[in-house]
Design a protein around this ligand. Structure first.
Ligand code: 2NL
Length: 381
């Protein structure tokens, strides 16, 4: 009984040991097989590389065939990448690196083939081309007359020590009207004259560039010697003499002891630089709510020299700007003591000056973008 048991035990032991040996062998075989797969894959990749290097693409069809065969969604690179699942775990990293390198190799070859083809294409299209022929003339653009005149005005005033200031085109009631001493019921505030913003009528399109002067004075850094060029908006019916937007230059000089004599001499210098040394000026009393006293300035007619013609309506004079001494209320509205400081201000339309200087008869020409008009300013700066 005992021996039998012993025998049985021995047999069991032997059997299990054989089984173990067999499974080890099997595992070894599998490992060998998998490594063989890896070997085979590497050999295949080498062969593919040779084929890729030898590939030539004489035309775009061949190039596209290359792309589909190697780099397409069902192409070789993708297919080989799919073999990753058959690679033993410890080789996956190395295989991944080899495949990445293969992919980059194939893409680089594709780029090189494409570049070669493109270069051939360019060469072909220039075949028989005479490079000594003169080139086509490019049409030369011209600066807009309003810009030409604005720049000229800026450069004249710059020489008198005036800086340039700019400000918002969408403005509130205070900076466009209130601070300028315009009473609540002033006609300029009317919907008929001013564009109000529909969504919020507290905002409007500025009707002059005086808003910039107000903003500069509110800063409180004196003296102020500045000009304010910019676009302004008024609700007017469009005609040869009026438009719903135009351009203005306003000027402001606030300091100790600024007088009407300073105003006259500054503006006289400006018009002589702008229109020529022979031009004469005259001042007529006028009224603006923001200046006191106020005046309008005329220059002698540039067309007839003062003898009378259509442009000056036989008077010999043409109106060019409005001006005056800054109203004390405007100064105090901006926090400047009117008992300590005085100032002069003026305003003029850039379109008006441009029309006089270049004899433009219709205001609409400035905004129609007709090259037959604009081309006449080629070469002017
Ligand atoms: C015109 C008249 C003028 C001003 C504008 C001005 C601005 C401030 C204070 C006082 Cl902040 N005045 N500007 C003064 C007089 C006339 O413009 O006919 N413009 C086209």
């Amino acid at each position: 009984m005992r021996t039998t048991i012993r025998f049985l035990k021995v047999t069991e032991k032997k059997q299990s040991s054989y089984l173990q040996d067999a499974s080890i062998l099997l595992a070894l075989a599998l490992l060998l097989y998998l490594h063989l797969i890896m070997e085979v894959l590497l050999q295949q990749i080498e062969q593919h590389k040779q084929a890729i290097t030898g590939f030539s693409a004489p035309n775009t069809d061949a190039l596209e065939a290359f792309r589909i065969q190697y780099l397409g969604t069902k192409g070789l690179v993708k297919t080989l990448m799919g073999e990753m699942k058959n690679v033993p775990n410890e080789d996956k990293r190395a295989f991944g690196q080899i495949m990445n390198e293969f992919k980059e190799f194939t893409e680089a070859r594709y780029d090189a083939l494409k570049e070669l083809l493109d270069a051939q294409h360019v060469d072909a299209s220039f075949k028989g081309f005479d490079f000594t022929l003169p080139g086509d003339n490019l049409p030369l653009g011209s600066r807009h007359p309003i810009s030409i005149v604005r720049n000229r005005i800026i450069s004249i005033f710059k020489r008198l020590g005036f800086a340039v200031a700019e400000g918002p085109e969408i403005e509130d009631d205070w900076h466009n009207f209130g601070a300028l001493n315009l009473p609540e019921d002033h006609p300029a505030r009317d919907m008929q004259d001013t564009f109000y913003i529909n969504q919020d009528p507290a905002w409007l399109l500025r009707t002059h560039t005086s808003n910039v002067q107000i903003r500069e004075m509110e800063k409180g850094h004196l003296p102020i010697r500045m000009i304010m060029p910019g676009r302004v908006y008024r609700n007017e019916t469009i005609s040869a003499r009026a438009h719903c937007f135009f351009h203005q230059v306003e000027g402001l000089y606030v300091a100790d002891n600024v007088s009407f004599a300073d105003l006259k001499q500054t503006l006289y210098f400006f018009v002589k630089e702008m229109f020529g040394q022979d031009v004469k000026i005259r001042f007529r009393p006028s009224y603006f709510p923001f200046t006191e006293p106020s005046a309008e300035m005329d220059i002698s007619c540039l067309i007839c020299g003062g003898t009378g013609c259509n442009v000056c309506k036989q008077t010999g004079w043409v109106e060019i700007l409005g001006c005056g001494m800054v109203h004390p209320n405007v100064l105090s509205n901006c926090g400047i003591d009117p008992n300590k400081y005085t100032g002069f201000a003026f305003g003029t339309g850039i379109e008006r000056i441009t029309m006089l200087k270049y004899q433009v008869k219709d205001l609409r020409l400035f905004s129609e973008n007709d090259v037959r008009f604009l081309n006449q300013f080629t070469g002017a700066i």
